[in-house]
Design a protein around this ligand. Structure first.
Ligand code: GLP
Length: 264
């Protein structure tokens, strides 16, 4: 696993955004896998300013979001579709028709999940998947005990996740306890994965992801099996790793090698 440890959340957002910008420049019709939560917001801001300054265009890009609350329509302010419009889609030149978020209001959520998988395949798969991570190691809404081979499906949220996300809902507002999420197997099929984590409250999950055993108890640990995964984290999220200096040393050596070969 490539672990890049940076000073703070701002550096994490810049580094992560650069990976996406380079990807889109290399392949203007890239299929992006996108994520919600508070962590990617700063990265989306970087993408918006790169678009505004003419560094990148999303005209031919398409996207699939990881997950959505089951029971919310896309116009609900707490829905992930709404979040994506507010935080990214409304501010860039992506074709809205080319952006997919699992339908939280599907009449038949089970066939909607199958359709979502089908649509990803039809596009030729996801080129690069952005991930955050839950405090319990969840990715998307794949909570601990999720099958490591799972596909897009309906998932029940843990109490911990409901509590963590309660901050986004008003005191009397209905908060869903079910979701539709890409499976861990779906995520592992994307060609590249970029996971962002910032803050000390993610340190335990990051330790389990990088240095723990491969286990459904920490869904993100499944990324140990992925060929091209990079974890972009800040010092606080890295604080429980056994050998921070070693990860930094590897990254320095990688950079030197890439410079020598003239690659980015
Ligand atoms: C939600 C999302 C995840 C996200 C997680 C962490 O549960 N389904 O995709 O990674 O929250 O969010 P945050 O970045 O706000 O800590």
């Amino acid at each position: 696993m490539k672990v890049v440890i940076l000073k703070d959340a701002a550096e994490v957002a810049k580094y992560g955004a650069d990976i996406f910008i380079k990807q889109i420049k290399r392949k203007p019709d890239s299929v992006l896998g996108l994520a919600t939560g508070s962590t990617p917001v700063a990265l989306y801001k970087e993408l918006i300013s790169a678009y505004q300054s003419g560094r990148v265009s999303f005209k031919n890009v398409s996207s699939f979001n990881l997950d959505e609350y089951l029971g919310l329509t896309g116009t609900h302010p707490q829905s992930y579709r709404y979040f994506m419009s507010q935080q990214l889609f409304d501010h860039i030149d992506i074709e809205k028709s080319q952006t997919a978020v699992p339908p939280g209001d599907a009449e038949d959520p089970f066939s909607a999940c199958e359709q979502y998988e089908h649509n990803i395949k039809q596009k030729g798969g996801i080129d690069i998947q952005l991930l955050g991570i839950g405090r319990n190691g969840h990715i998307g809404f794949n909570e601990p005990s999720s099958s490591l081979m799972s596909r897009t499906r309906v998932k029940t949220l843990t109490r911990a996740t409901i509590d963590d996300n309660a901050r986004f809902f008003g005191p009397d507002e209905y908060q869903p306890h079910l979701s539709i999420t890409m499976g861990i197997g779906t995520i592992l099929e994307s060609k590249k994965v970029v996971l962002l984590a910032t803050g000390a409250n993610k340190a335990e999950a990051i330790k389990a992801t990088v240095e723990g055993p491969l286990t459904a108890a920490c869904p993100a640990s499944a990324l140990q099996m992925h060929e091209h995964v990079v974890l972009v984290i800040d010092e606080a999220a890295a604080s429980q790793l056994a050998d921070v200096d070693f990860y930094k040393h590897i990254e320095m050596e990688n950079q030197k090698l890439l410079e020598r070969l003239g690659r980015d």
